[in-house]
Design a protein around this ligand. Sequence first.
Ligand code: WTA
Length: 645
Amino acid sequence: MSEAEIFPVAEAWSGSAHMDAAGYEAAAREAEADPDAYWARIGRRLSWIKPFAQGKDVSFAADDFRIRWYADGILNASVNCLDRHLPAMHDSIALIFEGDEPDQQATFTYGQLHEQVCRMANVLKARGVGKGDRVTIYLTMIPSLAVAMLACARIGAIHSVVFGGFSPDSLAGRIRDCDSRIVITADEGMRGGRIVPLKGNVDEALRECPAVANVLVVRRTGAPVAMLAGRDHWIDDLIARAEPGCDPEPMNAEDPLFILYTSGSTGKPKGMVHTTGGYLAWASYTHELVFDYRPGEIYWCTADIGWVTGHTYGIYGPLANGATTLMFEGVPNHPTVSRFWDVVDKHKVATFYTAPTAIRALMREGEAPVTRTSRKSLRLLATAGEPINPEAWLWYHHVVGAGRCPVIDTWWQTETGGVMMSPLPGATALKPGSCTRPLPGIKPVLVDADGSLLEGAASGNLCLADSWPSQARTIYGDHERFLQTYFSTYPGKYFTSDGCRRDEDGYYWITGRVDDVINVSGHRLGTAEIESALVADPNVAEAAVVGCQHDIKGQGIYCYVSLKSGVAPTDAMKVALRNLVRQEIGPFAAPDFIQFAPALPKTRSGKIMRRILRKIAENDLSNLGDISTLAEPGVVEDLVRNRVQ
Ligand code: WTA
């Protein structure tokens, strides 16, 4: 597709949006010329117990490193998401729950959500949970998840939500890493008509987590599950008996709000720490600006709350703005592939925010399942989490949006807390496949391998030259790793680990990760995590995992496995290895391709040449690059000959 295809801002938008093109330029200029005023205005969106006097206090310099925002301010995140809306919005809908089956739904007004959160907060307090304690939440997409997060925020506890698709092992690792003593879960989850054995998984995980003294269990399906006396409690009973009022804990802006684990280049997930003030301010600001949120509109982010998109744009951003946020328990193809659009029609959704992988999967089903629905409530379509190919972008725009809705491609990361680059619907002409330009105040730069700044149209490694309020402050328990991972490659800059191109119009095109992280169906995975799962099989000598092109998932998981000598490579072995990864990490991490390899290509110093493995997996064999540095060049021929797929 030609890049020349540009979608100008529709007139209706430029005249009515929160920010038009002139407003964008003015905000960007202000952020440059008078950053204190710009950032203070964003901070003042929130309601403070004690207003901040300091705005930004940041240095990325190694010998004087600090990231602090609004640091002398005091506030409470749950008050900002609930209490402050109550006078006017007590009876307005805060949350619409759409269950796995179309006949299951519930709504919560701001008043009701506030009461539930206070009750749950009192339950947590009664279990001894206090300010700074870590609470692990392992749930699928049910309202109790939102209630649990906000209840933690209310009492100053730090929530760590673990995606319900993670295995017991992964859950155990995350519980232990942040030393949480309490887990909130449900009897079972429901997704696409299938059962997720949440409580069973917790029980298994807790065999490795002796410090956990309390498990609070939501009744979702009502299935009988084992309850360990003294440790496990039905949360519904406790909530019903709890007091309906709970004073919010005054929190410093820099006090942690949550930990969210994400994958990096090593096998160990990183617990990214987000703070109360800066995170919430940017979540609120960007939710309003990027989606051009209007009071009264129904807003739907399909991302699971187990990932950052669900945190920021499913819960914190919309609730901080008094929006009605829709929470969907199910999947796009259950009971039919029209489900998303049926839900849009049923609840009159105006803003729809999803992942490109969902668009690609639905695109394969043709237009009829979409066009049989009305979708006339839709005003804006958005995506996040991975590059969107222009073909999927155009289908989303033309078929789903019937050509009426801008497609907002938002680039950001768990570490950035909120959107960094994205079009603004009233300000930015769209180019399919580009996340367009930075939000005002955000400073993307491209650098070459040596760290030299690239100007104008160029391709390079994407860094952010300066801080923003919702920047992660550290990796829980490992600040050294935080500095090493993000600030040592290009001193003085935050390194995103994304490759990126900037075109002649100053538009940014993310080309994908340049580290060993892959993006599978919008789920971020470290190849090292999958490798360590594979080598847990006693028959495996060595494994190397790379991403490969996948029409629906964006990237697929391609594994090269060397077996120990004497072990025969069989199909049964492939099945066993696939199951092992499912069991060690979670079903969403199951390998797409496994190739048995007598040996892996290595440099003479013993380093696996991943560049070559990636090319073979991509079937890009014309230019394998320089293989003269390989210890045994013959290995490559064998790999090429035995490619699977
Ligand atoms: C990728 C998800 C292209 C990128 C919010 C990033 C994207 C990683 C986009 C972070 C986008 C996210 N276009 N690539 N619009 N958004 N990515 O932490 O590689 O789950 O580094 O955060 O997803 O994934 P994470």
